[in-house]
Design a protein. Sequence first.
Length: 307
Amino acid sequence: MKYKIPLVIDCDPGIDDSFALVYSHLVDCFDIKAVFSVAGNVPIEMTTLNSEYILSELDLNVPIYRGADGPLIGEPIIAKYAHGSNGLGGYQFDVNTKFHASHENPTDAYYKLLSSLDEPIIIAAIGPLTNLAKLFMAYPDVNQYIKAIYVMGGGIVKGNYTASAEFNIAADPLAAQIVINSGVKQYFVPLDTTTAYGFNRDFMLKLKDSKNESSRLLYKIIDAKENLDHSPRSVFYLHDLITIISIHHPEWFEMIDVHIAVELNGTHTTGMTIFDLRGERAQKPNAVYVAHPKFDEIQAHVLEVLL
Ligand SMILES: [Ca+2]
């Protein structure tokens, strides 16, 4: 049997999370062990329901766990401006989903799952990092069960939630700092990488006619938000999808060792990530900056998988 990369997806669906989930299943190189929801783009009830819905549509029967309902400290922030009223662009779907999330304590469930696997796992963290921070705080020995974490998060030249902070980090800066300092190997895919190029409108319209039902669903979700046939916008940024692709196609990126710190209490910069790119004077690396995507290859590959 073909080897598949064991993967946990920690997400806050989210339009681009939906692309990431569908792609991860269809690309047929991942063994998805579980999906954890986290409060992020929309509140936890919705990110959990959206996870249940997408997995049900994929008929992908893996454990779903309802994760953290807000950051370690402070109040939740949400991004309905980017993901529509329900996180899936406002697309109205049947809420009677086939699969349902467990309401078991997500931190304990995480540890139980990771420590029961045959080999260390890769975690795709494509929402705020609250679930993982709680895991590292409660179970300091969990590192041995994690091969690497791929984080969609941060920005070097700009943010998107604020001028300086990217949403996933802004939603729980303390959690991000705890994860970065965990000692686990981690790859950061910042906005600089995910917005270097966008998926174009032709790409989205091709999904509309895909033979694949779940790809057509992705079209419906993005169309609900953007009204594609009339939208003058020409590109779409699928941050979480790019992050997943960097796991098994590192050759389409430049991998740069870097030190990353998170601003916890700035007047204008809370949640900002500081990538130390000073060359010889830089602090000792604690992460890998996934940079400079070869976008033509990526877009062609995604079409091949989704169509
Ligand atoms: Ca996300």
